[in-house]
Design a binder for this molecule. Structure first.
Ligand SMILES: Cc1cc2nc3c(=O)[nH]c(=O)nc-3n(C[C@H](O)[C@H](O)[C@H](O)COP(=O)(O)O)c2cc1C
Length: 145
């Protein structure tokens, strides 16, 4: 079983989160690769059993800029039989807190993937959330082994 984490980031927060989550997934004994969304094609997801998608939220509840094209390209994709989960950093002083996580979770479901963990939404400094993010990755992956 192999997992992929695909992230989009503007200032590095989602990339940091992706690293923490991968540590947790590895602790559960599952192989994982981390890819920036700008270097990833939607079809690449077909090579993995578990798909973690991460994006920060910008504007008025928008996806991170680099993720928009990938998110749009996912429409109509068949991910049935695959497991998935979404994560992202945000700031609860905004009305649409971590809306990108909701959007990614919905898209994974629309593509037929089974959601294996409730979306991880980190409010504020992601460094302070290191342990929580590792644990989230570990628990999500543990459920599968
Ligand atoms: C102009 C601006 C708009 C933002 N809008 C939102 C928002 O609507 N919802 C939210 O949860 N966070 C919002 N944020 C917070 C970012 O998502 C947060 O800083 C995040 O850690 C950035 O992650 P990244 O570096 O991976 O892109 C906003 C930040 C800025 C500067």
């Amino acid at each position: 079983m192999q997992a992929i984490i695909i992230y989009g980031t503007s200032t590095g927060s989602t990339e940091l989160l992706a690293g923490y989550i991968s540590d947790g997934i590895k602790q559960a004994g599952i192989d994982v690769v981390i890819r920036n969304v700008i270097d990833t094609d939607v079809d690449d997801m077909q090579d993995y059993d578990i798909i973690f998608l991460g994006s920060s939220t910008w504007g008025e509840g928008d996806m991170q800029d680099d993720f928009i094209e990938f998110y749009d390209a996912m429409a109509g994709l068949d991910l049935s039989g695959k497991k998935g989960a979404a994560f992202g950093p945000g700031d609860s002083s905004y009305d649409m807190f971590c809306e990108a996580v909701n959007l990614l979770e919905e898209r994974l479901k629309d593509c037929g993937a089974a959601i294996i963990a409730p979306g991880l939404r980190i409010d504020g400094d992601v460094v302070e959330a290191e342990e929580a993010a590792i644990e989230w990755g570990r628990q999500a992956a543990t459920a599968l082994v």
